[in-house]
Design a protein. Sequence first.
Length: 232
Amino acid sequence: MSRVHFQDLGLIDYKEAWDFQEELFKFNVDAKIENRKAEKVITPTKNHLIFCEHPHVYTLGKSGDESHLLLSEALLKQKGATYYKINRGGDITYHGPGQIVGYPILDLDFFFTDIHKYLRFLEEMIIRTLAEYNIKAERYEGYTGVWIDADNPLKARKICAMGVRCSRWVTMHGFAFNINPNLDYFNNIVPCGITDKQVTSLEKELNRKIDVNEVKEKLKKHFVQLFEAELV
């Protein structure tokens, strides 16, 4: 059972959290390079799971299209939002208060060296959490993330977006799970580059405010089960 260091950073500026991720990610990548050269473990890598929320921000992945941000710089300021081009996969997404953002920084050599399986496990963690609220969530063929009514193209709506980076089997970035966010902010982008699908939240589906900390505990439980990890 691999040890994973858990931290909840609360509400934190996106760039500050990104820099923190990069620091942890670089430590692991550098350690793996050093260990490989020495042909023995000199510096052990460390696994992390970070939860946080961000002030209003739009992020564009490496394969994203800048035209999917539908706001000018002036309108961004007016809405109190920031914008970053970042080094994860995927297109544009929104982060904001009321959304659980999860950043697993894992050395997959301790788990399994399969990035597709890794994404499926992150999706499964969300799917199992939603099942505890009697919501049937699924994968949508051809897309990442977690969806509701995925079998009905006219009703399909995304409740959790995903985008990761992986180098030398070390991961960073992760998922954004909509609990109680202001969904109006998604109207300012083409979410994940998908023009004909809606975005939803746990609050919208259940028609009531949800305790974000309660959801975090459920996510941690399913993370531990799926990854056979010990959170410390």
